[in-house]
Design a protein around this ligand. Structure first.
Ligand code: AMP
Length: 580
C-alpha cells in the first residue's frame, strides 16, 4: 500500500535514505513504497552516525520501521550476541514489533529477532535465547527476569529502544526500565518513542540519554492529526441508547468502544449482542487464548464492534478503524490520546467520539488542553435521521453489488414465478423493507436523547453549595473507589491492601481513603490520579493464594475529595506489576 496517495506529503523514496538492498527488498515485498514522515527523518539520522533520539510519534505513524530498519541494518548477523534491545509495554505490541522487524529483515537469513514477554513459558524463552538473537523485543518485566536468570547478555548491546515509553511508565515499569538500563554498556545509543511526553518520560530522557535529538512528528502531546474529536451530551440514563444511535448512524462502522471497567465492558458488549449487533468484549478476565481469539476475529472483521478496556486493547494492531467510541472517559487525559490514536492511522481519517454527561464535561476541557484540539459537539441523531442514513446505505449496497448473471440465469424462471406479481415500486419497497423494517420499528416514536450543558435542578437554592459538584471543580483531588474480589474469608486486612499499594513507586504520596473489607470482597478509596497504577499493581496479583481481580467500582454519586486522609507508608516487599 502506498501512503503517498492518501496524504500526498511524503517526498522521498526508501532508496534515497541509505537503506541496504536486502532491507529494500523486504520493504518492497511489503509494498512499502514511500517513507512516512517519521521514517524519512529517523532512518537517515540513525544510519549517518550514532545518536540518542527522543521521538514524539503516535502509533500508526510508521515508527516501528523508523527505528527497526536502522537497527536491522546496523546489526551484524555473523555475530550471535545480542546487539539491540527493544522494550514494549505489552505482549501484543512485542509480538507485533518482532513480526514487523522480521518482515523487514526477511532477506537477511542469519539475523535472528526474538520476542520475549510475560505470560508465556520462561524456560522455552530461555532455550530460544541460548540459540542467540541479535535483536530482542521484550516486555520490561520478563526481560528483567531473563536478565536475572542470566539468559540475556547485555554486555555488547549497541541499541536500547523504548517503544511507547509513556505506556510503559504508566503501567508501572519504571524500576524494570532503570534496572535494564543500568546493566547495559555506557557506550550505546538509546532511542525513545512515545505518543505523549509526561514528565516521567522527559525525566528518563534527561537521565539516561546524552544530548538526544528531539523529533516531534505532529504536535507535542497532540492527538493524531487525522482524527476528528466529537462529543455527545446525554443524561446518564441514556448513555447506552445514545451509543446505539451513534453506531446505527454510521452503517459501515468498524470501531472500538472503550469502557472503564471489565464489568461495564461485559455489560455493554452483552447488551449490544442481545440487540443484534456484531460485537464482542475484550478485557482482562478473558484468558490469553480467548483474547487472541477475539482480537483475531476483530482484525479480520468477523466482529464489527469491539468493546474493550484500555489495558486489554493495548497492542491491538488494527489500522482501519472508522471510530473510537469513549462510552465513558478515562481518568487520565493521556489515556484518551492513546484511545483516539487507534483511529486515523496509516494516513486514514478517523473519528473519536465521547459520550458525556454534563457532570463530566470538565474532562473534555482537560483533554482539549492535552491534545491541543477542540471537541465538536454533535447532536444524538433522531430516529428519523438514522432511518434515512440506513436507507441510503442499503440503496448504495444494492447499487454497488456485482450481479453474477451466469449463476442467476438458471434460477431466473423460479424467481419470476415468485416475484412476477409485484410491480417495480412494490418490488423496491419489499426489498428495502427486509432490512429497514427493524430500524423503522425500533425508532418509531424515539425520544430526543440530547441533554443540555446545565446540570439538572436539584431543588437547592443557587447559593447553596452542591456537595457532589465540588470534585468537578478540583478533578485532581478526588478518590476513586476500587473493588476487589478478596475479603475477610481470604484473610485480607487493611494493612495488606496498603502494603500492596506500597509496591507502587513514590507510594508515600498516594492518598488512601476508606477501606471496607467484606466477606468475599473489599473496596478501597485511592487518589484518582493513581488509578492506572492501582489497577496495575493489584490486577492478577495473588493475595493469600487467590488471584485478584480489581475494578473501578460504579460510582454512587460523586467522587469524594480527600482532605487529611492517611497516606500509605507501609513498607512491603512484593511482586511488581506483571506484563499484560
Ligand atoms: P506503526 O506506527 O509502526 O505501528 O505502523 C502503522 C502501520 O503502517 C503498520 O501497519 C505498518 O505496516 C504501516 N506502514 C508503516 N510504514 C509504512 C510505509 N512506509 N508504507 C506503507 N505502510 C506503512
Amino acid at each position: 500500500m502506498s501512503l503517498t496517495n492518501q496524504v500526498g506529503i511524503y517526498m522521498k523514496n526508501f532508496n534515497e535514505l541509505g537503506i541496504n538492498s536486502d532491507i529494500l527488498k523486504g520493504l518492497a515485498s511489503l509494498n512499502f513504497e514511500t517513507p512516512t514522515p517519521v521514517q524519512e527523518k529517523v532512518i537517515p539520522l540513525m544510519l549517518e552516525k550514532p545518536v540518542d533520539l527522543v521521538s514524539l510519534a503516535q502509533t500508526g505513524t510508521g515508527k516501528t520501521a523508523a527505528f527497526g530498519i536502522p537497527l536491522i541494518q546496523q546489526s551484524n548477523p555473523d555475530k550471535k550476541h545480542t546487539q539491540c534491545l527493544v522494550l514494549c509495554p505489552t505482549r501484543e505490541l512485542c509480538v507485533q514489533v518482532a513480526r514487523d522487524l522480521e518482515s523487514f529483515a526477511r532477506f537477511i537469513s542469519k539475523l535472528k529477532i526474538l520476542a520475549v514477554y510475560g505470560g508465556a513459558r520462561i524456560d522455552q524463552q530461555v532455550n530460544s535465547l541460548r540459540k542467540g538473537a541479535q535483536i530482542i523485543v521484550a516486555t520490561p518485566g520478563r526481560l528483567k527476569d531473563l536478565i536475572s536468570r542470566k539468559a540475556v547478555d547485555q554486555s555488547k548491546v549497541n541499541y536500547v529502544v523504548f517503544d511507547e515509553a509513556d505506556e510503559m511508565l504508566q503501567m508501572g515499569f519504571q524500576d524494570e526500565l532503570t534496572a535494564i538500563l543500568a546493566n547495559t554498556p555506557k557506550k550505546k545509543n538509546t532511542l525513545l518513542f512515545s505518543a505523549t511526553m509526561p514528565k516521567e518520560v522527559a525525566l528518563i530522557s534527561r537521565k539516561y540519554m546524552s544530548n538526544p535529538v528531539e523529533l516531534t512528528i505532529g504536535t507535542k502531546n497532540a492527538g493524531a492529526e487525522n482524527v476528528r474529536h466529537e462529543f455527545y451530551l446525554v443524561h446518564q440514563r441514556n448513555r447506552y441508547a445514545a451509543l446505539k444511535r451513534i453506531v446505527d448512524n454510521s452503517p459501515d462502522n468498524y470501531s472500538i468502544i472503550f469502557c472503564r471497567t471489565r464489568r461495564e465492558t461485559n455489560d455493554v458488549a452483552h447488551k449490544l449482542i442481545q440487540d443484534g449487533y456484531n460485537a464482542d468484549a475484550l478485557h482482562g478476565d478473558l484468558s490469553q487464548a480467548q483474547r487472541d481469539q477475539v482480537m483475531g476475529k476483530f482484525r479480520c472483521k468477523n466482529i464489527q464492534i469491539l468493546v474493550a478496556t484500555d489495558v486489554a486493547a493495548r497492542g491491538l494492531d488494527v489500522n482501519d478503524l472508522s471510530h473510537v467510541i469513549n462510552y465513558n472517559l478515562p481518568d487520565e487525559p493521556a489515556a484518551y490520546t492513546h484511545r483516539s490514536g487507534r483511529t486515523g492511522r496509516a494516513g486514514r481519517k478517523g473519528t473519536s467520539i465521547v459520550i458525556v454527561t454534563s457532570k463530566e464535561q470538565y474532562k473534555l476541557r482537560l483533554i482539549e488542553k492535552k491534545i491541543q484540539k477542540q471537541f465538536i459537539q454533535c447532536k444524538v441523531p433522531t430516529g428519523m435521521e438514522i432511518c434515512r442514513k440506513q436507507l441510503v446505505s442499503q440503496i448504495d449496497r444494492v447499487n454497488n453489488v456485482t450481479v453474477n448473471n451466469e449463476q442467476i440465469a438458471p434460477l431466473f424462471e423460479e424467481i419470476e414465478d415468485k416475484l412476477g406479481h409485484l410491480n417495480r415500486e412494490e418490488l423496491i419497497k419489499q426489498f428495502i423493507s427486509l432490512e429497514f423494517n427493524r430500524f423503522l420499528e425500533y425508532y418509531k416514536n424515539a425520544p430526543d436523547l440530547n441533554a443540555t450543558s446545565q446540570p439538572q435542578s436539584t431543588g437547592r437554592r443557587n447559593d447553596q453549595p452542591r456537595r457532589d459538584s465540588r470534585p468537578e471543580l478540583h478533578p485532581k483531588n478526588t478518590f476513586t473507589t476500587f473493588s476487589i474480589n478478596v475479603g475477610r474469608r481470604q484473610g485480607i486486612m487493611p494493612q495488606g491492601l496498603i502494603g500492596k499499594i506500597n509496591e507502587i513507586q513514590d507510594m508515600g504520596r498516594i492518598k488512601i481513603g476508606r477501606i471496607e473489607i467484606l466477606r468475599n470482597s473489599a473496596t478501597l478509596e485511592v487518589d484518582s490520579r493513581y488509578t492506572a497504577q492501582i489497577l496495575g499493581v493489584f490486577q492478577r496479583s495473588e493475595i493469600n493464594g487467590k488471584t485478584v481481580n480489581i475494578e473501578v467500582a460504579k460510582s454512587k454519586g460523586a467522587k469524594k475529595t480527600y482532605k487529611g486522609k492517611r497516606k500509605g507508608n507501609f513498607h512491603h516487599k512484593g511482586r511488581k506489576p506483571q506484563v499484560a
